[in-house]
Design a binder for this molecule. Sequence first.
Ligand SMILES: NC(=O)c1ccc[n+]([C@@H]2O[C@H](COP(=O)([O-])OP(=O)(O)OC[C@H]3O[C@@H](n4cnc5c(N)ncnc54)[C@H](O)[C@@H]3O)[C@@H](O)[C@H]2O)c1
Length: 371
Amino acid sequence: MRVGIIGGGLMGREAASAFGRWFVLQDMPVRAELTAVCDLAEPLLDWFARVPTVRLRTRNHHELLASPEVDVVYVAVPHHLHEALYLDVLNAGKDLLAEKPFGIDLAAARRIAQAATQSGRFVRCSSEFPFMPGTQRVIHAAQSGAFGRLLEIRCGFHHASDMDPAKPINWKRQARFCGEIGVMGDLGMHTVHVPLRLGWKPRRVYAQLQKIYTQRPDGRGGMAACDTWDNAMLHTDVLVEGHEVPMRLEQKRLAPGETNSWYLEVLGTEGGAKFSTKEPKTLWTFARSSEQCWQRTDLGHQMAFPTITGGIFEAGFPDCFLQMWAAYAAEWAGTLGARFGCATPQEAVASHELFEAALRSHSEKRAIELS
Ligand SMILES: NC(=O)c1ccc[n+]([C@@H]2O[C@H](COP(=O)([O-])OP(=O)(O)OC[C@H]3O[C@@H](n4cnc5c(N)ncnc54)[C@H](O)[C@@H]3O)[C@@H](O)[C@H]2O)c1
């Protein structure tokens, strides 16, 4: 699987790191190689000179898309560019791992999903936290039915990245680049991927959205408008085995004390489980008995796609990002089997439907029904 990257910023380089140690994956039917990169910034293109497999570095994404040495394209650019670049990838006959939120808004996401279907190309959307060992354990326990009747589901992603009001503005804080959905576009796909895959699709949402800092330094001595939502709390209802279950999805850029904390918690009448990247080797499980007791399990490197890393060693962000790419490659090659897969275009569209309903809910101060 020869990969080209469009957008060699934060995530483009993270992807390069995953391909750089692809050889740690054991029994992987697909060999992945990063062959080409496109970015507008020369210093970033220079950075990719250290990746020996990269044979093409260009500022023109059409040149990358014309390369016969690229099968799959990973696009990691600001949200206002998603639609045009994703469609260019599909029109060039390449497969795509798109970054979230899969278009700047619902209309764009729907057009991309339709183009993906029409093109017949393999398209998935980035979301890596389901591939942490702790998340995999929560998913498998929830799927087993061991929790009994579900009481409550919570999934969230908390940052403190905007706690400093002196932090200069960037494209993620401006609606024309990030989208009206703001923090939901940044962090929301991460909170809905597991619930949607497990069939927990919100039927109703009541949203609380907050804009805390409305301007930030522009980096040139002045101030610029910061017009995106900082925090979003989505109170939803999902139907599980005929029962309505409350599900809370939290996306926060102003969460005191949190650098990049993603969590999933599922509680039922018979049992429950919770995992947070804040404690990456800790799985909490609950099984109803005469005493109220949460059990703490120390996890190691038990991955869906095994690697050479010793089983007792703990996992981190680069590991789950590599696992996500392994899941993409396995599904691309038709060998995913029963393992958890990357987010589909349909799931990305469903996430946008939820976020658009959340915008309406907040402005009308009422719950919105989703079809
Ligand atoms: N999966 C995750 O955990 C995760 C984390 C952060 C960001 N993201 C997503 O990744 C995407 C990129 O975010 P980022 O943080 O890497 O942004 P970034 O600003 O660090 O990088 C974006 C890069 O795109 C380049 N670019 C802009 N226009 C281009 C064009 N026409 N052709 C080629 N390159 C172009 C820029 O020069 C920049 O280097 C966004 O969709 C974001 O939501 C995902």
